[in-house]
Design a protein around this ligand. Structure first.
Ligand SMILES: NC(=O)c1ccc[n+]([C@@H]2O[C@H](COP(=O)([O-])OP(=O)(O)OC[C@H]3O[C@@H](n4cnc5c(N)ncnc54)[C@H](OP(=O)(O)O)[C@@H]3O)[C@@H](O)[C@H]2O)c1
Length: 331
């Protein structure tokens, strides 16, 4: 229990408090002695925050009454627009979730919000999984008197952890992003630190956009070299997957719907086309954690934790490599 937290202090709501960014936000606020109302659907994942002194609120964004209660009497909030990877219609799910959150913010009269947005959130055209962030920025900007910071974060380095299964199964790394195209990547924890700072100081006014772009841009070839070196496979090869292979691969994970697979590939394509992009790099949008540090501190432990592939999945991996070598002109 954090004894520095005063019982009478109005808490800061942290949605997705057991997630990658929300958890860092909640921990940093608690470390500063600030009261936190930690929200997610699964209690057990919130327990460590309760031990640090947070109020634990278990429930879903989909439940409007629950959301209204969550925001009541809160001082400020960290919010996000999560989506289920198994959703048959992610944009519709994001639209509804956004409305529930915004209704609750208005109901409670919250004055300060930090929103975990995304690069590409300025695009009104449907840009893959990012579209939900566009919708949310629009909704928040329409609330008179609300002070908000949209944290437009770029590609999370953490996304590369989802490729561990592929690396173990097929001995290659792959996405639908061009091999030599450089784009910004950020460690999700660096976003949490910035969000917690905004929420602890609460000195922002009006509607603001703050891009967070990681330490530098990386190409997938560089990413693969860095991650491969960290796991003892410095010659790991990156292959740009054709759209159909990428979609099939995502769907065969068993946790990603056809709709979300399509949207994820669409996001990759918008990155290739520079439609989804960051802004000119400055000290304010550059964060510190390098991909080498991420590889050592997050990727390697995750790689070591993932179970060995079965004989059958190694066979599938060999077929995938063969198929790609026959169909694609990859470097
Ligand atoms: N990945 C990227 O490259 C990228 C780039 C820019 C922006 N973003 C944004 O980052 C966000 C994801 O942040 P993250 O990585 O920190 O999330 P995360 O690690 O996936 O965690 C999601 C959190 O939200 C909770 N949650 C999920 N669905 C919920 C629901 N229906 N009701 C209540 N709580 C729910 C989860 O806990 P429970 O499951 O227990 O509920 C968990 O605490 C996305 O919304 C995306 O827009 C991502």
């Amino acid at each position: 229990m954090n004894t520095a937290i005063k019982n009478h202090e109005r808490p800061i709501v942290v949605l997705g408090a057991s997630g990658r960014v929300g958890n860092v936000v909640a921990r940093h606020l608690l470390d500063k002695g600030i009261a936190v109302r930690a929200v997610a659907r699964h209690t057990e994942k919130l327990k460590p925050l309760e031990e640090k002194g947070a109020e634990i609120w278990t429930g879903a964004i989909e439940e409007q009454d629950f959301m209204n209660t969550v925001f009541t009497n809160a001082k400020a909030a960290f919010i996000l627009t999560p989506g289920d990877t198994a959703s048959p219609d992610l944009h519709e799910e994001q639209r509804k979730n956004n409305e529930h959150i915004v209704t609750a913010i208005k109901h409670a009269g919250i004055t300060h919000v930090v929103f975990l947005s995304s690069w590409g959130a300025e695009l009104a055209e449907k840009s893959g999984t990012i579209y939900g962030c566009y919708l949310m920025e629009q909704l928040l900007n329409q609330i008179t008197g609300l002070h908000v910071v949209h944290l437009r974060a770029v590609w999370f380095m953490d996304n590369f952890i989802y490729n561990i299964g592929l690396i173990k199964m097929a001995g290659i790394n792959g996405l639908s992003i061009d091999a030599d195209f450089s784009f910004p990547c950020i460690d999700s924890k660096d976003i949490g630190v910035v969000a917690a700072h905004y929420l602890s100081v609460l000195d922002f006014t009006g509607k603001n956009i703050h891009y967070l772009q990681g330490p530098r841009d990386y190409s997938m070839k560089e990413v693969t070299k860095i991650l491969g070196t960290a796991i003892g496979k410095p010659s790991l090869k990156y292959i740009k997957f054709p759209k159909s292979v990428m979609i099939q691969g995502l769907k065969s994970s068993g946790t990603i719907s056809a709709n979300v697979a399509q949207l994820l590939v669409e996001t990759n394509e918008k990155i290739n086309a520079s439609k989804v992009h960051g802004e000119i790099r400055t000290a304010a949008n550059t964060t510190t954690t390098t991909l080498e540090e991420f590889a050592k501190n997050k990727f390697l432990p995750a790689y070591n934790n993932e179970k060995k592939p079965s004989f059958f999945s190694k066979l599938q991996g060999a077929f995938l490599r063969l198929y790609l070598s026959l169909t694609a002109n990859n470097a």
